[in-house]
Design a protein around this ligand. Structure first.
Ligand code: GUN
Length: 315
């Protein structure tokens, strides 16, 4: 081997090492969700073979919001796929708050139903807080009731809401350690940012991180994001996170989902997240794509909570 090829191989080695150091892995939520659904289906078969009761989920949907109808249809289909019993209860827009609370009361007292959810958003004349608080915490498989949120915060068994649970599950399944890591969460919503920040900071196997929760009043967001080993974007703004906000080797979880016009697709639109994927992905060790990242995990979390409810493992 001559000197030239020697040094060429040295340079090549260096490139390989650099690539290895910064190689990026996609976190495949679609595949992970499919695996978990199979695991749940196996558990259902086992329950059946032992003469147990099939998990039973009810979903209330009020009005005819197109997006909500699509989500509910996907939830019902997922139930069928894993062998759960499911019922969708369609109620008209004209229903009063009182009548809806009565429907909730019926489900609270229906022993056949293990868990149920009321699809949000609700028509303006109905208080979401009142509705959520009317659900029996033992059947609140959305994990939205203050009792479940409070139990989660202090480390008691609880139903954890779908998106935070899905994020934690993805981190676990991809062996991404959180202990001692700097986690930055963008967005403080009740159903994503706040609960995920609590879960990551708790003294637990999937926590023990140092968490910074950023929101609309946070100063120096870019500098804070650059410190993140794990960055969770749940801010609801299209491609908010840009390449210059992310340090090399970071893990980036994109919770955002936005439908935007595109002249590159047949349909004329595409889905994007809270992260500018093309800029950020080359810097990451792991990143979730949109679509196919966190999204598919949310329905799986609902199925997992329903299974826990049927098995009486939380309460
Ligand atoms: N609307 C959008 N996401 C959700 C969810 O996870 N649960 C309910 N109940 N409504 C939603």
């Amino acid at each position: 081997m001559n000197k030239e090829s020697d040094s060429y191989s040295d340079i090549n080695q260096e490139i390989v090492m650099t690539y290895k150091q910064h190689s990026m892995e996609l976190i495949d939520g679609k595949k992970t969700a499919a695996i978990i659904k199979e695991e749940i289906a196996e558990q259902v078969i086992k329950i059946k073979s032992e003469g147990g009761k099939m998990p039973n989920l009810a979903v209330i949907i009020v009005g005819d919001d197109g997006a909500s109808a699509t989500y509910v249809a996907a939830k019902i289909k997922a139930c069928e796929k894993v062998g759960f019993i499911s019922t969708d209860i369609k109620l008209p827009d004209s229903i009063t708050e009182y009548e809806l609370l009565e429907e909730i009361d019926k489900l609270n007292n229906n022993d056949e139903v293990d868990g149920f959810i009321v699809q949000l958003p609700l028509p303006k004349h109905i208080s979401e807080h009142k509705v959520i608080e009317a659900i029996d915490p033992k059947k609140d498989v959305d994990g939205f009731h203050p009792v479940n949120v409070g139990r989660m915060a202090i480390g008691l068994p609880s139903y954890v809401s779908a998106t935070p649970a899905g994020i934690i599950e993805l981190l676990q399944r991809y062996n991404i350690q959180t202990e001692g890591k700097n986690c930055v969460v963008l967005g403080r919503s009740n159903i994503v940012g706040t609960p995920v920040s609590i879960l990551l900071s708790r003294k637990s196997e999937t926590g023990n991180a140092t968490v910074t929760l950023c929101h609309s009043r946070t100063k120096n967001i870019k500098e804070i994001c650059k410190q993140a080993d794990i960055l969770i974007a749940a801010i609801g703004q299209e491609e908010f996170v840009t390449g210059d906000m992310v340090k090399k080797g970071a893990v980036v979880i994109d919770v955002g989902i936005h439908r935007v016009k595109s002249d590159k697709t047949k349909s004329g639109w595409k889905l994007i997240g809270d992260v500018n994927f093309d800029e950020v992905a080359p810097k990451c060790s792991f990143i979730t794509p949109v679509p196919g990242g966190v999204g598919p995990m949310t329905i799986v979390s609902l199925l997992q909570n329903t299974l826990l409810a049927a098995q009486k493992k939380v309460y």
